[in-house]
Design a protein around this ligand. Structure first.
Ligand code: ACO
Length: 155
């Protein structure tokens, strides 16, 4: 049976490949890489569990104003299956927004609560997000605390 790659090879940098020592190949994770020591490599980083497959799923929710049949608040949680931490699940909250004329009605808080619920239902051991300084008080009111530092690289 032919092997399945996690993604198409056109996402692989030719420049990086050209900089590898002879005999090394840059490629996407493949279905049989578990037998090729993929998890063994990760043990140099931290404890590794018995991961069997990748799970990258997301859940986008909305709050609508029924009388107007309009969406007024949205948010997404992506559930990431870790290879480390005993294959634990981590929820990533993304793209929280409340219409400017609807802010201050606790809709943002409800969206976050609903996403935290999904994260808990899915079995996440933590839910994390990145935000601007000005939104820190909002997320603190939603039960989050500051941890670590966000890093970014823009193409
Ligand atoms: N500073 C201090 N407190 C705040 C702030 C703020 N910027 N925003 C909300 N709060 C407080 C409210 O006063 C309220 O406190 P209370 O319980 O004591 O009354 C509590 O937080 C809950 O506020 P909500 O009414 O639920 O907030 P709202 O519905 O306005 O949504 C949100 C907040 C999502 C930040 C909204 O203002 C918004 O859409 N902003 C623009 C987009 C944005 O910045 N999105 C977040 C990006 S980060 C990400 O997506 C992970």
């Amino acid at each position: 049976m032919s092997e399945v790659s996690l993604f198409e090879s056109n996402l692989l940098s030719p420049e990086v490949q050209s900089q590898l020592p002879a005999g090394y190949t840059l490629r996407a994770l493949r279905s049989n890489d578990y037998e090729r020591g993929f998890l063994d490599v990760l043990t140099v980083l931290t404890e590794v569990g018995g991961h069997t497959k990748e799970e990258f799923t997301d859940h986008t929710i909305t709050i609508t104003e029924d009388a107007k049949d309009q969406v007024v608040a949205v948010g997404t949680i992506l559930v990431e299956r870790k290879f480390v931490h005993k294959n634990g699940l981590v929820g990533h909250i993304e793209d929280i927004a409340v219409n400017s004329n609807q802010q201050g009605k606790k809709l943002g808080l409800r969206i976050i609560q609903a996403l935290k619920f999904i994260g808990a239902q899915r079995g996440c051991y933590k839910v994390i997000l990145d935000c601007s300084e000005k939104n820190v008080p909002f997320y603190e009111k939603c039960g989050f605390k500051q941890k670590e530092v966000e890093m970014a690289w823009y193409v």
